[in-house]
Design a binder for this molecule. Sequence first.
Ligand SMILES: [Fe+2]
Ligand SMILES: [Fe+2]
Length: 254
Amino acid sequence: MPQGQTQQPAAESQRFDPAALAQMEQFVHDFGRMYRERNELLKEVTRAHHETLLRLAMAAEFKDDDTGSHIIRIGYLAEALALRLGCAPDFASLLRKAAPMHDIGKVGIPDTILKKKGPLTPEERAVMNQHTEIGARLLGQSRIPVFKMAAEIAACHHERFDGKGYVQGLAGEDIPLAARITSIVDIFDALTMDRVYRPAFPLDKALSMIQAEHGKALDPRIVDVFMEHIDELNDIRLALTRQSPSFSDLIDTP
Ligand SMILES: [Fe+2]
Ligand SMILES: [Fe+2]
């Protein structure tokens, strides 16, 4: 090998001061540790942020006279339905964590309206409908994916496929998929549980009420897949009702 090439590395290495090199290595090591610690803290903050909002959603649900288990079932049912629709597992998993916050805006609705036994007046109905926008505002301040999806669901879960819903009167696939999926499992779970003002509807009655909204309030393709897999979905609902589901599985950690 030519002489010039064998001597080059030795000449290069002599340019570095060993103390400076050691200091640089230490710096790189410290920087790596700080980076890992920062990521851990970020995860902790995101997790705490999500848990706080989830508990707020649960507080909103208690106001509406429920045990809080409805919102947890919504998460798992929305994930299960999304998977059966062929959605990506990442999307379905995010939906499990985002859908439970759909009614978080009810914290901003007066109890006199929220807990009213009789039918609402048009004015009271208008106030009640604001829970969608309040929820979207509460959730929509974040760039974190789970909150972005949750804000979209809060804003759009009362839109109807035929365009006759609220807030914006969106129709068809203009309604975000996450909201279209959440709407059907929300209706299914609400119909099949006891409320203060009525007992749970029997399963067949609840299903015929959902089928009646095929292409009207609800996305027809999603209703078809829901009906196709109703036995599995109902088993999930029953299992979640029997055993207390894990709250921590609903919290997102980036
Ligand atoms: Fe709602
Ligand atoms: Fe609900």
